[in-house]
Design a protein around this ligand. Structure first.
Ligand SMILES: Cc1cc2nc3c(=O)[nH]c(=O)nc-3n(C[C@H](O)[C@H](O)[C@H](O)COP(=O)(O)OP(=O)(O)OC[C@H]3O[C@@H](n4cnc5c(N)ncnc54)[C@H](O)[C@@H]3O)c2cc1C
Length: 450
């Protein structure tokens, strides 16, 4: 009897684990390779230190897709809490509601600023190619310059007029306005993804941590196998019938052997990302601020977001007399900050929190640094053109499918990754979905251009 080769899944983030679960429950064997040495869950992992749990990014489990919501509830029927979502923009000591209300904000900024603001009403500028136009059209030039421009430039590392308007659509995705709480696993998003991984393991399919895909081998029949290494530089090889990749799309393309054609490789090289550094600070304070997340538009500090973990779930802190914060820094791999020592980064986080008046240095109990490479795909003004080149060529492989956030180079939320993984699995089972047609709301767009 010929044995059916397993489906090889690259990456154990939300996309990889969803695909793995969908396949094993339909009776297929899978083998998952994950580069991280300690955690599954990708960006949605929960990092643990000294009994504290750190959510990298802050993950609301909100989706308009009933399929996704049902998946979440079925895997963790008893462990979702309703977590309050209180997000504010912090600018020079003042806090502004988010979703943003220009009227309330004008009032808060005082008389002079109110006049300036009223002179720069939401623009009549209908062009919406870049983020500067997208924001100005909604909030007016004054608020754009004061509050949004510094914030988005910290995150994206580019002037807003060089960032695609798609970032506005996706990052500022409207949540139901009257809703004040959202489902959240009480031990953080990683709890959900660890539960999915356990279900896959229970069905007998392996998930290998510390196993980085380095080369994806193919011939005229399609992809044949992947090879890679671990931290100890041991060599591994895995054959498969089908290959699902949540690796950064550019990396996947450049890992192909034989190499992709020149123009495809050039498009792959042109896709870039922002790395994320989270400085996790534990303070000897019962409370620090009421928000779950502060978006720091203040240009005098490098920090872009500050998460207050206790407000997401009290189970994220080991000791109720303390509070833990996650200070987020976005950077390129070549930036000094990415290459700084953990000690220097912890100092930077503490200094910023003190300068913003959130804590005193004497409050600090401990600090940790968590690095996430390629956390955000950069959507510059050329990214769509590069994607078109790649899509055309990678679509020629019958047994290789990219999926998920970096896999499709899409500035997404988990539900988009989950749905693209579900569709990729259905394609293996004979369907013909185009994963590129899943939109920011995780809806499959039947009429979208392929
Ligand atoms: C700051 C921030 C806030 C967010 N907030 C929310 C939110 O509130 N709600 C929400 O739903 N979503 C949120 N998201 C988005 C969410 O994190 C992503 O949608 C989701 O994690 C993407 O899943 P993925 O599996 O596609 O990719 P990833 O999570 O990136 O997983 C990919 C996996 O592949 C692995 N990998 C990479 N290269 C290799 C290799 N060569 N070999 C083997 N493995 C490899 C990585 O280590 C990783 O584990 C947020 C993201 C960020 C950055």
């Amino acid at each position: 009897m010929p044995t059916v080769k397993p489906v090889v899944i690259m990456g154990a983030g939300p996309a990889g684990l969803t695909a793995a679960w969908e396949l094993v429950r339909s009776g297929r064997d899978v083998v998952v390779w994950e580069a991280d040495p300690s955690y599954v869950g990708g960006i949605a992992r929960t990092v643990q230190a000294e009994g504290y749990r750190f959510d990298i990014g802050g993950h609301l489990f909100y989706s308009k897709s009933p399929e996704v919501t049902e998946f979440w509830r079925k895997v963790l029927p008893d462990d979702f809490i309703e977590s309050p979502s209180l997000v504010r923009i912090l600018h020079r000591g003042k806090r502004f509601d988010f979703p943003f209300d220009p009227k309330k904000a004008g009032y808060k900024l005082g008389f002079l600023e109110g006049i300036r603001q009223s002179l720069s009403k939401p623009a009549q500028n209908n062009a919406e190619e870049n983020l500067a136009q997208w924001l100005t059209n909604r909030y007016g030039r004054r608020f754009y310059e004061l509050l949004f421009k510094p914030y988005y430039e910290k995150i994206n590392g580019l002037p807003c007029d060089q960032i695609s308007a798609a970032v506005g659509e996706r990052h500022l995705r409207p949540l139901p306005g009257d809703r004040k709480t959202f489902p959240y696993p009480k031990h953080g998003p990683g709890q959900f993804w660890e539960a999915v991984a356990n279900r896959v393991l229970e069905r007998g399919s392996p998930i290998f941590l510390d196993r980085r895909v380095q080369t994806v081998h193919w011939d005229e029949t399609g992809v044949t196998h992947v090879t890679g290494t671990n931290a100890a530089r041991e060599f591994f090889q895995q054959e498969g019938s089908n290959f699902l990749s949540s690796l950064p799309l550019g990396e996947l393309l450049l890992a192909l052997d034989p190499p992709a054609p020149k123009e495809v490789a050039a498009a792959a090289r042109a896709l870039s990302h922002r790395n994320l550094i989270t400085v996790c600070v534990i303070a000897n304070r019962e409370t620090i601020f009421p928000e779950t997340l502060l978006m720091v538009s203040d240009p005098s500090v490098k920090v872009a977001n500050i998460l207050n973990y206790k407000n997401w779930s009290p189970d994220l802190v080991a000791n109720a007399k303390t509070t833990s914060l996650g200070l987020e820094y976005y950077c390129a791999g070549s930036d000094n900050v990415w290459n700084a020592t953990d000690f220097d980064l912890a100092q930077l986080g503490i200094r910023d929190a003190v300068q913003l008046g959130l804590i005193k240095e004497a409050d600090v109990k401990d600090a940790f640094v968590v690095r996430t490479a390629k956390a955000c795909p950069v959507c510059d003004l050329d990214y769509q053109r590069n994607l078109d080149v790649i899509k055309q060529w990678v679509g020629l492989f019958a047994n290789l499918q990219p999926m998920g956030r970096n896999g499709l180079h899409n500035y997404n939320y988990q539900d988009h990754s989950i749905i693209t993984a579900m569709l990729a699995v259905r394609n293996i089972q004979g369907a013909e979905f185009d994963c590129w047609k899943v939109d920011a709301d995780a809806k499959y767009l039947l009429n979208a251009k392929g």
